[in-house]
Design a protein around this ligand. Structure first.
Ligand SMILES: NC(=O)c1ccc[n+]([C@@H]2O[C@H](COP(=O)([O-])OP(=O)(O)OC[C@H]3O[C@@H](n4cnc5c(N)ncnc54)[C@H](OP(=O)(O)O)[C@@H]3O)[C@@H](O)[C@H]2O)c1
Length: 291
């Protein structure tokens, strides 16, 4: 591929994810400059054609587009703060995981430096980067996103959420919460089925279509939550509470830890005790909002 016509990019942070991001840019033919605190992590990328920067300032100066992906915002601050002057007129894309507040603070710092800022969240694991299954969420400067969308497409599919630099982190944390709920439930299901010698893979062949069907119903649930419509349209909180109880009881009988269900059971108990046992599942949102 002709790398001369492609925008130079810089990637700062070459952990598992940063190295994958740099690899995505290299694969797409971008002249790619890399920097990592532990310099040897750049070796494999340099062997593939990347340029190793000796300092962060050198890395930032090398490209109009600077992507940062380090452990957390404290690390991002430690790396970037000393190179404030070099940052002027760059597009800084921060793909480090953090909170909306941290993202807004870094955006304010970038504005003081004269840099355009995009905050991002990576909904993928490193091996997906560069492929169509990787989704990256962006927010911040709309102009910067429009100008750099082409380069960012080297990493995966992009979705721009809006000008507020906290949006990508907000979506990231919410989406991860949904994922952890699913993964925790899945592990409990596997442990429970395993007590009767049902193999994990065998169970999973039914878990996947079941969760697909339930996921397809989420827009309906979301609509009810938005409308504040908590009337039951199928199963009441009373019925769900009995169902959760049954799973917990059988788990205990089988010697499987039922703790994964405890937070949901506590929400159901509270809402039912307040007289909402005949409501639908959407009603539980009220118990969460009060915390
Ligand atoms: N891995 C994933 O599946 C995944 C998925 C989505 C999002 N993310 C996010 O991507 C970010 C990076 O994750 P990762 O998987 O690449 O983590 P990682 O493999 O643990 O790498 C951490 C990176 O941060 C650097 N770092 C840590 N503290 C630093 C400091 N004080 N100063 C300078 N550099 C510092 C490390 O440098 P050294 O090499 O010198 O230690 C390394 O480059 C995280 O925010 C993570 O949540 C990861």
């Amino acid at each position: 591929m002709d790398t001369d016509t492609r925008t130079p990019v810089t990637v700062i942070g070459l952990g598992a994810m940063g190295a994958a991001l740099a690899g995505g840019f290299l694969k797409a033919g971008h002249p790619t400059t890399v920097w990592n605190r532990s310099a040897q992590k750049a070796d494999a990328l340099v062997a593939r054609g990347a340029t190793r920067a000796a300092t962060v300032a050198e890395a930032v100066s090398a490209s109009p587009l600077v992507v940062v992906c380090v452990l957390d915002y404290a690390a991002a601050g430690a790396v970037l703060t000393p190179v404030e002057r070099a940052m002027s007129s760059r597009v800084l894309v921060n793909l480090t995981t953090g909170t909306p507040r941290e993202a807004r603070r870094l955006a304010a710092w970038a504005a003081e430096c004269g840099a355009a800022y995009l905050d991002g969240a990576i909904m993928a694991v490193p091996r997906m980067i560069g492929g169509p299954e990787a989704l990256l969420l962006y927010c911040g400067s709309a102009d910067a996103f429009a100008a750099r969308e082409g380069e960012l497409a080297s990493l995966g599919a992009s979705r721009y959420l809006g000008a507020d630099p906290g949006l990508a982190s907000l979506y990231d944390l919410a989406l991860l919460s949904a994922m952890y709920g699913m993964l925790g439930g899945f592990l409990h299901a596997v442990a429970l089925a395993g007590t009767e010698q049902v193999a994990a893979t065998e169970l999973t062949s039914l878990v996947v279509p079941w969760l697909d069907a339930m996921a397809a119903d989420l827009p309906h649930l979301a609509g009810r939550i938005e409308a504040g419509d908590f009337a039951t349209d199928g199963s009441t909180l009373d019925l769900n509470r009995a169902g959760v109880d049954l799973i917990a009881r059988y788990s205990r009988e089988q010697g499987v830890d039922a703790g994964q269900l405890a937070p949901l059971r506590a929400l159901l108990d509270r809402r039912v005790a307040e007289g909402h046992g005949a409501d639908g599942f959407a009603s539980l949102i009220e118990a969460l909002r009060r915390r």
